[in-house]
Design a protein around this ligand. Structure first.
Ligand code: ADP
Ligand code: MG
Length: 493
């Protein structure tokens, strides 16, 4: 903790108590007006307003009340700080109840003192993950009195192994200090277990943005800052997440983020030389290729849920107005959640309803002409990069994947418009972009010896593949409990 500033509340403690008594009426713990605070170092009266969202923990030791909170030091950074208030004997008795109320206001439905298995990828992004974890993440988790067990990954696939053997009863969350690669591995490790369904329901997978692609964190925490993300994860609500089975030959993997063929896959996988551009490389790379008007012919078949844009908008609007699904008791074991109680434990992944890409195509799937396909992109989340809101109708657990196709032979003007629309959620409204919500699809590349397919940003063999959504199979933490942070096709009230 780098801020030891002591603020003395002294006689104002009862006024302080008064403020938290009816927390529903105020969203900030305001010490400003009613409590004459004194900053011990300067002896001056200090003013302080702490949003409940930033309160991490409070505790009493002897006659000292300590309030730990996340203090913004710049727009992008918060640091663990502590307020210390010596209390008169008369108030000490009242304090435990007051602390309870403060915690209730600070955490709401979010589980307190989460137990974290932290995985740090020293090879992710700019190689700074361990430094950022120590400096930005750990102090916030520690101040919130979370239990932490940290491990660095030593090789590719290590997070799969760790998730496969994780003690489910010892942890609530696996937190990946990495890019999107480690969460992908963790979901797959949990998915390979004999008790995959229970593991994926019980363990929330989160990302602290320390890689070059941090889409997961942008979608669920709305930030690319490790310290702000740490605070939001501490306060995060358990949220079911659709996961997608990808089958290729006899292999089955889980995807949580995206699948792409053609232009986007090329950019996802093939722009190492553009890494210095950061996130911009992604949109730049897409533009460069769209302008070259490359086509990637393939056969595409889809099991559609919605393909009319107005229907999709209405579907999204309903989700926006709905309440988040009721999670487990805020302080409780997620096993007490009624949904998991009825879940047969000891089950591996759900069966594939639509079999695999090697089987006959189900009769009710729709064939989409793919001879001029320039870009095939399917997403389970909205943001694919910090400024790339490709799927503004995506929802965490509606049982569908969002799918966009752009013709490869559109005019340069249309290509330019597509590019400009990506960062503003307007891609949805472009006439030359088809937007579907599907529960399954199959892609069979044609007339190309080799090309690129990307699953969650990882390269897979250039072979036919099939995708099938499993509604709410996985678990993450989010701010709202049921929505992504990206602007959607219907604005929030
Ligand atoms: P980035 O966003 O920079 O790609 P990720 O966290 O997504 O970062 O990880 C990229 C890859 O690094 C993953 O495939 C992961 O398996 C791999 N990896 C994990 N630990 C190590 C390690 N110690 N050395 C090399 N690669 C690793
Ligand atoms: Mg969805």
């Amino acid at each position: 903790m780098d801020d030891h500033r002591m603020l003395v509340v002294g006689e104002a403690v009862s006024a302080l108590f008064q403020l938290v008594r009816s927390p529903s009426r105020c969203s900030v713990l305001s010490l400003q007006k009613k409590c004459p605070l004194t900053d011990r170092s300067s002896g001056q009266k200090a003013a302080l307003t702490i949003p409940f969202a930033n309160i991490l923990w409070a505790e009493l030791s002897d006659h000292d009340l300590a309030i730990h909170y996340a203090k913004p030091t710049t727009k992008e950074v918060v640091r663990a700080a502590v307020l210390s208030c010596p209390m008169g004997a008369s108030h000490v008795k009242e304090a435990p109840e007051w602390i309870d109320k403060l915690h209730a206001a600070a955490y709401g439905m979010s589980q307190r003192q989460k137990r974290f298995k932290v995985l740090v990828n020293p090879a992710g992004g700019k190689g700074q993950a361990l430094k950022w974890y120590r400096q930005d993440v750990e102090p916030i988790f520690a101040a919130a009195r979370c239990r932490i067990d940290v491990e660095q990954t030593t090789h590719q696939g290590h997070a799969i192994e760790l998730a496969q053997t994780l003690d489910l009863d010892a942890y609530d969350v696996v937190a990946c200090c990495s890019g999107d690669g480690l969460p992908h591995e963790v979901f797959n490790g949990l998915g390979r277990r004999k008790d995959a369904i229970r593991a994926l329901r019980k363990i929330a997978v989160v990302q602290l943005p320390c890689g070059s692609g941090n889409a997961m964190c942008w979608n669920l925490n709305g930030t690319g800052s490790p310290s702000v993300a740490a605070l939001r994860v501490v306060k995060g609500l358990r949220t079911p997440l659709d996961l997608v089975s990808i089958t290729q030959g006899k292999r089955r993997t889980l995807s949580f983020l995206s699948q792409s063929v053609g232009i986007v896959a090329e950019v996802d996988l093939d722009t190492e030389e553009l890494r210095w551009m950061g996130d911009t490389r992604f949109v730049y790379g897409v533009l460069a290729r769209v302008l070259r008007q490359t086509v990637y012919p393939c056969d595409l078949a889809v099991k559609v849920r919605y393909e009319d844009k107005e229907e999709i908008r209405a579907h999204y609007g309903r989700a926006l107005r709905s309440n988040p699904p009721r999670g487990p008791h805020p302080d409780g074991d997620p096993d007490e959640d009624t949904t998991s109680q009825h879940e047969p434990s000891g089950q591996g992944l759900p069966l594939l309803k639509f079999r695999t890409a090697m089987d006959e195509l189900p009769a009710d799937w729709k064939i989409v002409p793919g001879d001029k396909l320039g870009n095939f992109y399917a997403g389970n989340m909205a943001y694919m990069t910090a400024d790339g809101n490709f799927f503004p109708a995506a929802l965490p657990n509606d049982g569908t994947l969002d799918l966009i196709c752009v013709d490869g032979n559109i005019s340069r003007l249309s290509a330019m418009k597509t590019f400009l629309a990506i960062s503003s959620a307007k891609i949805f409204d472009l006439a030359h972009v088809s937007y579907r919500k599907v529960v399954a699809y199959r892609v069979v590349p044609k007339g190309q010896a080799n090309g690129l397919i990307s699953i969650d940003g990882e390269r897979v063999p250039f072979e036919p593949f099939q995708a099938e959504v499993h509604q709410a199979l996985g678990t993450v933490l989010s701010r709202t409990g049921h929505l992504y942070e990206a602007p959607g096709v219907v604005s929030r009230p």
